[in-house]
Design a protein around this ligand. Sequence first.
Ligand code: GSH
Length: 303
Amino acid sequence: MSDLILHHFDWSPYGEKVRVLLGIKGLAWRSVQIPMVMPKPDLTALTGGYRKTPVLQIGADIYCDTSRIARELERRRPEPTFFPSGTSGLTYALAPWADLFFASGAGLSMGLNDQLPADLVQDRREFFSHMDFDRLQARAPHMFGQVLANVTLLEEHLADGRAFLTADRPGLADASAYYVLWMCRGFVAAMNGMLAPFARVAAWEERMRAIGHGERSEIDASVALDIARAARALPGAGVSPADPSGLVAGQRVTVTPDDYGKVPVAGELVTLDLHEVAVRRVDARAGEVVVHFPRLGYVVEAA
Ligand SMILES: N[C@@H](CCC(=O)N[C@@H](CS)C(=O)NCC(=O)O)C(=O)O
């Protein structure tokens, strides 16, 4: 039975990014369906407050953010690699680009869809604090333009006939662009017609869909909490000697996303370098866990 547990919901675009990553590596994994809106008590028992989707659990190690999840999957299962062109830096740098691409698509999904449940709209209004929810409809033409401008970049990149973005095999770069289109096609009806002229992108999306999601099985959140409680987290790597933060291992810190969903996670600092930050915390239901984040895009401060 796989030790990979993905906490997600099926409509989650960032969840789709990780499901495709699991497909690229052909991994077996267990799925815990989490609520689409707050509260998410079973998830936050594991994360200490981080509420974004998805989160990957491996025993008592809890990985937040798709970039950190990708890094861990690559470390634990190097082949087939997420970096078929040989180097990884620019591919990780695509995550903030994809966040911008996502923001326009998400704005359209929320602004042009009057079928959405009221609690979801209210939750996202508070969560996406950088979006002007009252002007989403008025801004739709602008957001369509932004999505299509990004799709144009992909179409141009595929112009030499390559099968995937960085090589003849799929990798993290592909997953990082694909999930936004998956969301746009699925949740913004008008988008499908607008995307029709982008034939290379459509063919690439077809190849991405064919990858699948690996081997998935469902479990209950209570099983995941039992697994966390029974497991022991990996030892921390300490704080890199030259780290500019001045923080030291063992110190109480908070880790907070720097964009939206800014809920601080408090714990004892166990790892800090220029790729990652991890804190140890104890929870009544999850036991002692270590929660891992990327360094990029997260604020680490003394508590
Ligand atoms: N930087 C994060 C972004 C994740 C994110 O924003 N996910 C959204 C959409 S799937 C979310 O959490 N929405 C609110 C929620 O699920 O509660 C990542 O790469 O994992």
